[in-house]
Design a protein around this ligand. Sequence first.
Ligand SMILES: [Mg+2]
Length: 352
Amino acid sequence: MFDNKDQSRTSLSELGEFGLINHLTKDFAVKQSSTVKSIGDDAAVIDTKGKQLVISTDLLIEGVHFDLSFMPLKHLGYKSVMVNLSDIYAMNAEATQITVSIAVSNRFPLEALEELYAGIELACAIYNVDLVGGDTTSSTKGLLISVTALGLADADQITGRDGAKDGDLLVVSGDLGASYMGLQILEREKQVHKVNPNSQPDLEPYSYLIERQLKPEARRDIIDLLKKIEIKPTSMIDISDGLSSEIIHLCKNSKTGVRLYEDKIPLDPQMINVCEEFKIDSTTVALSGGEDYELLFTIAQTDYEKIKGNPNFTVIGHITPEGDGMNLITRANTSIPIVARGWNALSNETED
Ligand SMILES: [Mg+2]
């Protein structure tokens, strides 16, 4: 993973901006019938077919959001798309198109950008979305990637953060905290590698955690599954900043309280082991770690039978009146207020 592959280098200046865009996007085929005009005109044209258009955008900056010393460029391309698609699915919409804009310094050869776009192309192929535009510009330092995702949904299917009702069940897909612990492993190995460049880390015991960090998947399957079992969540959000911060968003927007049960929070055994190794509390990681890209949503109690026993879903709590506050019920059965700490909660620079 830390090998510096000896690749050939083609300077970006040899191609020019339009040559570069053309070169990087020439193999992207149009898949969505809503894509009327893609790359190659002044603007893309989308036929919304009477549906509502959902738009989300993210900016990722080298050194702030990603570290290229352990993040392969292909993975970075893939993950940049996932981060955005996750927001579209969190609206209960189908992701249909993306635009990708990058700023690069001349330390990146063409071959590096080809790797980045290979990851973007793979994500587009798997998630059935079209790349329909973007921009390429130079940066004096480092790499910046901005992805905008577009999605379509029938007006009555769109699920916001504001529809949770007293008595609704709080449900989460997948498991939490693994991505954060994957990052801790990668950062630890980076430090080891600095001291001993010949070290060959055995990362096998951490494979799930590292995959969750380097190659997360947006939960389109959950959106499809909810449709199939005929559940429309009353509210929904994706977990990018940690469970506690997302719960607070749902409750504040819905004007409700919540009771979250610590013993119900789904954790992978590998994640629990590594928390022990790092002497860090697994509940804290699940609450504040972030980058899980799972979906957190609320459903009416009458829908419980439809998800009961389904391994994709875990009921972790229930919605209460706003006046009851937002509370975590610990394993010791004590109630403590949920606070938003976000993804840097575990560093020394806590925000609150
Ligand atoms: Mg989000």
